[in-house]
Structure formats: structure tokens, C-alpha cells
Design a protein around this ligand. Structure first.
Ligand SMILES: Cc1cc2nc3c(=O)[nH]c(=O)nc-3n(C[C@H](O)[C@H](O)[C@H](O)COP(=O)(O)OP(=O)(O)OC[C@H]3O[C@@H](n4cnc5c(N)ncnc54)[C@H](O)[C@@H]3O)c2cc1C
Length: 514
């Protein structure tokens, strides 16, 4: 058991104890929610259930060589805690220590119940509360918690397994097959021939790192991805920090980067050809003349129709240019004893095959939900401000942006939850639920995320809620629009219904919570 897991007994909650707010997950989103709750709803009792033995989620789970952010830390950092490290693109351990520092200095660590995996949640309108079932993964014990408000901060992918396509002949391969989600601590790549399957952020991060000691590293891709090179430091941030207080410098740089990301993303929508030309020119310049650029680096889609890969300091391009790594665009026919046979008939020799094939998306921790005895099927619900779901009371879920830093949305979501909770206190109501208005019944249903063809979303889009063509049923994927809609929009908007169970039940809950 880790030190964190051992420390987790500071706040004790007995089976089925009533807690005002239950938070699921202690990654960036859960920690952020806890901070905002402490700051804005100081009278509320909250508890975090975390399935793993430690905090950090993504930044603790992923341990492959070179693991780093692919967005800048001035926007991936919280809005309440300046990122003061010299690097704007940070490695995994630095992000994890930022998160550890956050929980220690704000006392959030005392509210975390480790090795508690939530498995389901049942809402009762009569009691105005969720009963959340959980398993203590250390002891196998089944527990339940009751809460007035449930905040799902469980991330967006399956922690037990990554996405792995069926590879013909997989069992024939005599070397080691590694998925980056579960990188073996003891794996020594020195002098090895490595094939990395995939061309997303993980492959682009890993390859320059592996290329430092491996005999050869090949990135095997079905089709090319857009890549943009940027320095891993932000000279404006480093300069401002020298002359301004850390907090002010952080706020300025954060806003600059939000605007810059927004501008670039908008350009990809309004002038895809122009952005495409610029990105390709940039990559070509870094790669030099000796590569088959057209085949390996020119994508068949428009920029930001899939995630754009960041290449800090052009490290990936330089590994290829210097002959330490190479790129092959082809399809796998079969794994063989000593490598991969491609559909073209070419063969790639390998001692290690890394399947950087992505994540397996999951929806609200894949837990089962019911409302007043009826099972919830999230694809039947409408997304309310991309945080709540039509017909589901007192439930908020955090899902960050696909085109900007996750934390921007996580902060907005927590702030909204706190506003909602305080509003309910002020108005003496205990239930809030978004319901379609009469004139919303003709809203056309659209995918929860539009115009984004990345595999991890497309494979599971049918499991996600719908979005409509008007507020508040939109999932804008636009931080600046969301800031206005989420921060400034009235809570009493004619969609969110506030009400109470009958008086007899009220008395029952109040005596429990006292
Ligand atoms: C390799 C990698 C790099 C990334 N880089 C970036 C980046 O640069 N910028 C960016 O914006 N985004 C990035 N992302 C997305 C990233 O996941 C988010 O930035 C962010 O870390 C998500 O935080 P989270 O707390 O919402 O989810 P997670 O980090 O996934 O944490 C969720 C937590 O919930 C816990 N949990 C899950 N289910 C349950 C349950 N049933 N019961 C109890 N606890 C549960 C998990 O154990 C975990 O601790 C990256 C993702 C990956 C995989």
C-alpha cells in the first residue's frame, strides 16, 4: 500500500453515511473540484473516492519514457494555483508533484478515500440523494455512501485496459509487446529494435526518448498525423515571472495562451487549407530533404479534425532527420516470430513492439446509474452545458476539451457546481435537474462531440449523450463561449428545475446529516 493510501483515514465515513458532496476520482478534475468546494462552499462536507492507491490519475498511471503534457501548463494548470516551473510543456513527474503540492497545501489529502472504486449510483427523489455503491479494492468490501450531490471526475478512459486492435499472428511474436498505458518499469530498450504502432501523441512522445538508446525505432502508421513544433519553454512567461508577482504573471500568460489556442483552432475551421500549408511547411523544414514527406507526413484530413500532435523543440522531427528513428506508412498483415509483415510485403524486424494504439473511452466510469428505480442510458439524455444530463438530478460530470487544455473546462465545471449548490442553499431547494422545455422537443440530436474523427471518440460516440443545436444543450468545445455560458448564464434559466421532496422526507435527511 502506498504512503498516500495509508494516510487516507483522516476523514472517516461509515457505511451509508450522508455526505453533502461526493467526488469520484482524484485526478486533475477531482482535485480541482475539491479545491473549489473548499473555497466556495466551505460549509459542505465532501469526500473523494479514488479507485487507485494514489492521486494524479493520468499523471500517475502513465509511466512510459518521456511522458509529458502536450498542452502548455499555463492552461493545463489550475486557475487557482500558478504553474511556476521553467518549462511550459512539463514531464509527467512534474505535473504529479504540482498535484501533490495542491492537495497537501489545501488539506484536500485528508478528504480522499483511496482504493475505493465506485460501481454504481442510484438516485431517490423522495430522499433527494444519491446512494453510491463502491468497492474497497484492498479488502473486497462493498460499501455505500449517500450524498446530496455527485461529482463525477473519473476521467474519460478505461484504467484497466487500453485500446488494442486485433493483430493477426500476435501470439507468434517472440519478443515483448508493450502497451504504453502499462509500461513495465524494468523494460530495457538499450540496443533493441523497436516498432511503435501508432502516430498519435503517445508515439510522438515516446519515439525520441526510445531513440536515445535503442538500435532502431520505427513508427508504423496507417496514415499520417498533423504535428506542430513549439519550444517547451515560454520566454514571455519566464520573463514576466522575473518582474511580476507569480500570480499575476500566471494569469497574463494563461490568458495569452487561451487566446492563442483559440485563434489557431478557429483558423483551422475558417481556413483549413492555409493552416494545413503552414503546418506542413513547418514539419518539412525540420525534417530536411531526405524523407518521403508526401507519404509519411501529409494527413488525409484537415487540421484539428483529429488531435494535433505537439512536437516540443522539434525532437521527434530531429530523431527522424538524424536517422535515429524512421516512419513507415503501411498496414499490418501479420505479426511474425521476429517482427511484423506488412501488407506491402515489406518486413519490420523487432525485439519490442509498442502498441501506441490509444485509449478505450468510457462514460462516467462505466458505472451503472438509476433515477428513481429506472436505469439511466446516457445516450438517451441531452447534454446540459456539457456538464449535466437531462432528467438526471444533482449530478455533474467533468469532461475537458479535445481542442484545448482539460483543466480549463474542469475549473469551469467545478465553479458551476459550487454556484448551483450555493443557489440551492439560498433558495432552500435540494433537487436540481435540467429538463427539456416545451419548445426544446424538436431539437435535432447531434453527436456529443462534432467534427472530430479521432478513433477513441468515434469508437464510443454511441455511448455518449446527445447535444442539440441551441444553448444550453450544446457541447461547444469552445472555452471562451463556455466561460460566458457557464459562468455568466443565469442558473434559473427555465431549463434547470429546482424543487424539494415532500416535507416528511426532508426531516429524515436533515437529522441524518446533522
Ligand atoms: C498520456 C496522456 C497525456 C495527456 N496529455 C494531456 C495534455 O497535455 N493536456 C490536456 O489537456 N489533456 C491531456 N490528457 C488528457 C488528461 O487525461 C487530462 O488532462 C486530465 O489529466 C484528466 O484529468 P481527470 O482527473 O479528469 O481524469 P484522470 O486523470 O483520468 O483521473 C481520473 C481519476 O478517477 C479515478 N477513477 C476512475 N474511475 C473511478 C471509479 N469508478 N471510482 C473511483 N475512482 C475512479 C481514476 O483512478 C483516476 O485517478 C492526456 C491524457 C493522456 C492519457
Amino acid at each position: 500500500m502506498t504512503e498516500q493510501a495509508q494516510r487516507s483515514d483522516t476523514i472517516v465515513s461509515t457505511d451509508s453515511e450522508y455526505i453533502d458532496v461526493l467526488v469520484i476520482g482524484a485526478g486533475i478534475s477531482g482535485i480541482g473540484s475539491a479545491w473549489h468546494l473548499q473555497d466556495k462552499c466551505p460549509d459542505k462536507r465532501y469526500l473523494i473516492l479514488e479507485a487507485r492507491e494514489s492521486i494524479g490519475g493520468t499523471w500517475d498511471l502513465f509511466r512510459y519514457p518521456g511522458i509529458r503534457s502536450d498542452s502548455d501548463m499555463f492552461t493545463l494548470g489550475f486557475n487557482f494555483k500558478p504553474w511556476t516551473d521553467g518549462k511550459a510543456i512539463a514531464d509527467g513527474p512534474s505535473i504529479l508533484s504540482y498535484l501533490n503540492e495542491t492537495i497537501a497545501e489545501s488539506g484536500i489529502d485528508k478528504h480522499i478515500r483511496y482504493q475505493h472504486r465506485m460501481t454504481g449510483a442510484a438516485w431517490s427523489s423522495d430522499d433527494a440523494c444519491w446512494t453510491v455503491s463502491a468497492e474497497n479494492t484492498a479488502t473486497g468490501e462493498h460499501l455505500s455512501f449517500r450524498c446530496g450531490f455527485l461529482m463525477m471526475c473519473s476521467g474519460y478512459y478505461n484504467y484497466q485496459h487500453g485500446y488494442l486492435p486485433e493483430f493477426k499472428g500476435r501470439d507468434r511474436f517472440q519478443g515483448e509487446i508493450v502497451h504504453p498505458q502499462f509500461w513495465p518499469k524494468s523494460l530495457d530498450v538499450t540496443g533493441k529494435k523497436i516498432v511503435v504502432i501508432g502516430s498519435g501523441a503517445t508515439a510522438v512522445t515516446l519515439i525520441p526518448e526510445l531513440a536515445k538508446t535503442a538500435e532502431s525505432v520505427v513508427m508504423l502508421q496507417r496514415s499520417p498525423t498533423y504535428m506542430a513544433s513549439l519550444p517547451d519553454t515560454d520566454w514571455i512567461a519566464n520573463l514576466l515571472r522575473k518582474v511580476l508577482p507569480a500570480d499575476l504573471a500566471y494569469r497574463i500568460v494563461r490568458w495569452k495562451n487561451i487566446r492563442f489556442q483559440h485563434f489557431i483552432y478557429n483558423r483551422t475551421r475558417t481556413d483549413p487549407a492555409g493552416v494545413r500549408k503552414k503546418l506542413l511547411r513547418m514539419a518539412k523544414k525540420e525534417l530536411g530533404p531526405d524523407c518521403d514527406f508526401e507519404k509519411n507526413f501529409v494527413p488525409h484530413y484537415d487540421p484539428w479534425d483529429q488531435r494535433l500532435c505537439l512536437v516540443p523543440n522539434a525532437d521527434f522531427f530531429h530523431s527522424v532527420r538524424d536517422g535515429k528513428a524512421s516512419v513507415v506508412t503501411d498496414q499490418i498483415d501479420t505479426f511474425t516470430e521476429d517482427g511484423i509483415l506488412l501488407k506491402s510485403g515489406d518486413k519490420l524486424e523487432a525485439d519490442i513492439i509498442v502498441t501506441a494504439t490509444g485509449l478505450e473511452l468510457c462514460v462516467l466510469a462505466d458505472a451503472s446509474f438509476s433515477v428513481d428505480g429506472r436505469d439511466v442510458n446516457f445516450p438517451d439524455t441531452w447534454s446540459y452545458k456539457s456538464m449535466m444530463f437531462s432528467g438526471i438530478p444533482n449530478l455533474i460530470s467533468t469532461f475537458g476539451y479535445i481542442n484545448a487544455s482539460w483543466t480549463l473546462k474542469a475549473d469551469l465545471t467545478s465553479e458551476f457546481a459550487c454556484r448551483l449548490i450555493n443557489h440551492m442553499d439560498e433558495t432552500g431547494t435540494r433537487i436540481c435537474v435540467p429538463e427539456l422545455r416545451d419548445d426544446d422537443h424538436d431539437v435535432p440530436a447531434d453527436d456529443w462531440i462534432k467534427d472530430f474523427s479521432s478513433g477513441y471518440i468515434q469508437r464510443k460516440i454511441h455511448l455518449l449523450p446527445k447535444q442539440g443545436d441551441r444553448a444550453p444543450w450544446l457541447n461547444t468545445q469552445n472555452y471562451i463561449a463556455d466561460r460566458k455560458m457557464i459562468r455568466e448564464g443565469p442558473l434559473e434559466d427555465g431549463v434547470m428545475q429546482f424543487w424539494n421532496p415532500d416535507a416528511a422526507t426532508d426531516a429524515h435527511i436533515e437529522s441524518d446529516a446533522a
